[in-house]
Write a protein that binds this ligand. Structure first.
Ligand code: NAD
Ligand code: DAU
Length: 365
């Protein structure tokens, strides 16, 4: 099933990025390419969320190759690893949307749990066969989420690396399971695993099923802006490039067996986020019909909706010197401008099966 584009002979020990055609993965591939000399190989199944257009700027690039395949396809991953001999793997591949996990959890179990298990096993086999020096420097970085820790009350301290796991949705339960597997593969087999647990990302190339790009797209299309429940749920927002920089720092200096919590120190209610999007759009693309805020509509809540996420980033700040560069206001303005300048990207994405998804998720609300 693998579609292989050319792998150049000089690509000796690249890093392998799984799920690199999705939102954060693609931003990471582009960011890595701009900042690091090491070649990069992308593996992606190209589900509804994977989009090769995100990597179009690297199409003819000597330092990047793309392979179409599934992290759960053992034969395919085995042959890829033996061919490219990566010095690190960054695993972004996952089903990532909470609402989809509520309406259809099976894909989440298949990719996030079984797929991660198979990937860990195939990587362990590869890593076991490496010469000592390569074995020591190898890293398996598993990209995860703050949602594995469950929901915070208004008074609770933010999550940190020692917070107990308490996932509430099929998505977060499947990610929690994958974290446990990754951790166990380090503890039992010594595989040099590092786990990162990050808060809500936003920025270019995010699929318009997630809050921020969905609101921008609906606002410009003159459609209702569907706020779930009372809109007072809180998320901690991080601009995607800051997440990419954090992952590069963890790959460079993070310790095997460790977990790093990543977040933007930027807690906002959903209603505040939607208001800010409307206000930025009112400035950047004023509508003849008045403020985009008039399109806000309250709809039925998400079942089991987590009330609040927030992340304490003291460990990664102190141990690795990382901190977010973008404020929510500056990052959101950049994001809105990106979607305004790249309307063809959004139109292309929403033209396909995404339309069916909108019908399934919102018609009953
Ligand atoms: P996304 O849905 O935009 O992208 C996921 C990518 O994985 C897609 O390109 C898809 O084609 C690919 N994929 C899915 N199943 C695959 C499989 N079996 N084999 C190979 N590729 C497969 O997701 P995202 O928002 O970019 O999230 C990436 C990772 O970061 C996920 O693991 C997610 O849990 C985690 N994360 C996301 C956020 C966020 O706010 N988006 C925050 C923290 C952590
Ligand atoms: O916290 C990290 C997680 O953030 C990641 O692990 C997930 O992959 C990512 O999807 C995101 O999960 P959320 O559920 O927080 O993101 P989402 O964009 O789906 O929703 C953000 C908030 O906005 C949430 O409280 C639900 C609400 N919402 C969402 C949509 C799509 C609405 O009110 N209306 C909507 O139409």
């Amino acid at each position: 099933m693998a579609v292989v584009t050319s792998l150049r002979a000089d690509e000796n020990h690249p890093i392998l990025v799984t799920g690199g055609a999705g939102f954060i993965g693609a931003n990471f591939v582009l960011d890595w390419h701009a900042n690091e000399p090491t070649p990069i190989v992308t593996l992606d199944k190209l589900t509804y969320a994977g989009n090769l257009h995100n990597l179009a700027s690297l199409q003819a690039n000597e330092r990047h190759s793309f392979f179409h395949g599934d992290i759960g396809d053992v034969e395919f991953v085995r042959s890829l690893l033996s061919k490219i001999k990566p010095r690190a793997i960054v695993n972004f591949a996952a089903e990532s949307h909470v609402d989809r996990s509520i309406l259809g959890p099976e894909d989440f179990i298949t990719t996030n749990i079984v797929g991660t298990f198979r990937l860990l096993e195939t990587v362990r086999e590869y890593w076991t066969g490496l010469p000592h020096r390569d074995k020591d420097v190898f890293r398996f970085l598993h990209v995860s989420t703050d949602e594995v820790y469950g929901s915070l009350s208004a008074e609770s301290a933010p999550f940190n690396e020692a917070s107990p796991y308490s996932p509430n949705s099929p998505y977060s339960a499947s990610k929690a399971a994958s974290d446990h597997l990754a951790r166990a593969w380090h503890h039992t087999y010594g595989l040099p695993v590092i786990i990162t647990n990050c808060s809500n990302n936003y920025g270019p190339y995010q699929f318009p099923e997630k809050l921020i790009p969905l609101m921008i797209h609906h606002a410009l299309a003159g459609k209702p802006l569907p706020v779930y429940g009372d809109g007072l749920q809180i998320r901690d927002w991080l601009y995607v490039t800051d997440h990419c920089a954090a992952i590069r720092a963890v790959l460079r200096d993070g310790l095997p067996g460790h977990t790093y919590a990543i977040g933007g120190d930027s807690e906002k209610s959903n209603l505040d986020v939607v208001h800010t999007i409307c206000d930025v759009l009112d400035q950047e693309r004023p509508s003849a019909n008045g403020s985009y805020r008039q399109q806000i509509t309250f709809v039925a809540d998400r079942p089991g909706h987590d009330r609040r996420y927030a992340v304490n980033t003291a460990k990664i700040r102190q141990a690795l010197g990382w901190h977010p560069r973008e404020s929510f206001e500056s990052g959101l303005r950049k994001t809105v401008r990106w979607y305004l300048d790249n309307s063809a990207w959004t139109e292309d994405v929403v033209a396909g099966s995404y339309r069916d998804w909108l019908g399934r998720n919102y018609s009953a609300r």
